[in-house]
Design a protein. Structure first.
Length: 161
DNA sequence: GCCAACGTTGGC
DNA sequence: GCCAACGTTGGC
């Protein structure tokens, strides 16, 4: 048995919001368009079905985590890289040797109260989150189990399952 | 809208 | 392999 891991994934709500995920077909989406190698590696190599995901709204006012999702499909090729008409098209990525990967995530639950970035910054136990590390811009990043539980408590969900 | 910090690109 | 220039991210 493998232990469940936790992650945080950033999205600009104007591009794709947590509510978009809730309303999506099967409440599921493929996390496409990521063009950063570190984030790619995380999705390709580390994220597993059942892992918990904090959905983060960047460039929002205030930036916040509105709720949680879960990984429902592990890393596979990002098809948007193959499509010349797609804004994320990358001619260097070929179907026989893809460069970019996605995972699928599914809506799990909205927080009673979104956990805002100022709230996270003000919470002592969350000072070491990758999210608030100075200079960190990673769009897919690891979250510790402790951080996960604190965020859920702040969001009003409490202990999950 | 500004701009600092970061990642990538490409000339040499 | 260095590093300047450029594009992007994302908080404010």
């Amino acid at each position: 048995m493998t232990l469940k891991n936790y992650w945080l994934m950033k999205s600009e709500p104007s591009a794709f919001s947590f509510d978009d995920l809730r309303k999506a077909k099967s409440q599921t989406t493929s996390w496409d368009g990521v063009r950063n190698y570190q984030a790619r590696n995380t999705m390709r190599d580390s994220m597993q079905v059942g892992d918990g995901v904090l959905f983060y709204h960047s460039n929002a006012d205030p930036p916040c985590i509105p709720g949680i999702a879960e990984v429902v499909r592990e890393g596979y090729a990002d098809h948007t890289a193959f499509d010349p008409k797609d804004s994320h098209y990358d001619p260097k990525s070929r179907k026989e040797s893809p460069i970019w990967y996605v995972v699928d995530i599914k809506f799990v639950k909205a927080f009673k109260e979104p956990v805002t970035l100022p709230k996270i910054r003000a919470t002592k136990e969350l000072q070491k989150m990758v999210l608030v590390r100075p200079g960190s811009r990673l769009s897919v990043q690891p979250v510790t189990r402790q951080e996960w539980e604190i965020i859920l408590r702040l969001g009003g969900i409490g202990r999950e399952k």
